[in-house]
Ligand binder design. Structure first.
Ligand SMILES: Nc1ncnc2c1ncn2[C@@H]1O[C@H](COP(=O)(O)OP(=O)(O)O)[C@@H](O)[C@H]1O
Ligand SMILES: [Mg+2]
Length: 246
């Protein structure tokens, strides 16, 4: 059973108090949306959860294991993976090679043929198998996002965090990403989706977290959160008639 527990998580960058004591738990294969204004601390929290940076205080447990002091590869091995708001791939490797890297880095125990089969299955699902021998740098922005989702699938994590997976993505590829999220969730994984695209977030999420400048101001079913006066004031209302922040 998946159990992620975040307790009193704080982060300061100098005088900037970016996370002010965040608490939440994930129990089982929940599909969670994380929203909040630009600069609220969503990416910073993701960076702490995946081990890229250390919290100023507080703890993160994945199951029985404390993960907030681990390195990213150790966190990945423990079962938590994420994608990046700005995609990261090995630009001078092919698409297929990009998928091998995480598996090999984690100490792939399978044979070469099995690894290739798995990678090809992932690429087919993401509709980019025809690009397998292209260099990653030749891919469009949306295809790069799919590649990153593919790299995550190769690791088979229990908990995945997608940081702005829909930003700048063509509608057709968005459908692929939707299907990806549903499939990965159906396979029993917990997912946190960070997005400003309210339509996507409200249609996908079973539960919504709202981060407002370091404080978690709401945590509950999307319908409740949508009508929460504090949320409307802090975030939803403020955006009326404006373009969603990047
Ligand atoms: N590495 C860093 N060093 C200093 N300040 C940072 C760093 N990363 C993020 N911040 C600051 O933390 C705040 C939250 O940023 P971020 O987590 O990226 O917000 P969000 O993803 O919700 O838009 C911002 O004020 C940002 O400038
Ligand atoms: Mg961000």
């Amino acid at each position: 059973m998946i159990h992620l527990k975040v307790t009193n998580l704080q982060k300061r960058f100098g005088g900037n108090h970016v996370l002010k004591g965040v608490n939440f738990e994930i129990n089982g294969p929940e599909l969670i949306g994380l929203i909040g204004p630009n600069g609220a601390g969503k990416t910073t929290m993701t960076n702490i959860l995946d081990g890229a940076i250390k919290p100023t205080s507080g703890t993160v447990y994945l199951g029985e294991k404390r993960i907030d002091q681990l390195q990213p590869f150790e966190v990945a091995r423990a079962g938590l993976g994420r994608t990046f708001q700005v995609t990261r791939s090995f630009r001078r490797m092919t698409v297929l090679e990009n998928l091998y890297v995480p598996a090999l880095a984690m100490g792939n125990t399978h044979g070469q043929a099995e690894l290739r089969d798995k990678a090809m299955g992932v690429l087919e699902f993401l509709t980019i198998d025809h690009l397998r021998n292209e260099y990653a740098q030749a891919l469009s922005g949306g295809q790069q996002k799919l590649l990153e989702l593919g790299r995550l699938l190769m690791l088979n994590p229990d908990v995945i965090i997608l940081d702005e997976p829909f930003a700048g993505v063509h509608p057709r590829l968005m459908e692929v990403i939707y299907a990806y999220i549903q499939r990965v969730n159906d396979e029993g994984k917990a997912i946190i989706i960070i997005s400003h695209q309210m339509d996507s977030i409200f249609s996908l999420s079973q539960r919504l977290l709202v981060l407002n400048f370091g404080d978690l101001i709401a945590d509950g079913p999307p319908e409740d959160v949508k009508n929460d006066p504090a949320v409307i004031e802090a975030y939803l209302g403020a955006e009326e008639g404006e373009e969603a922040p990047a």
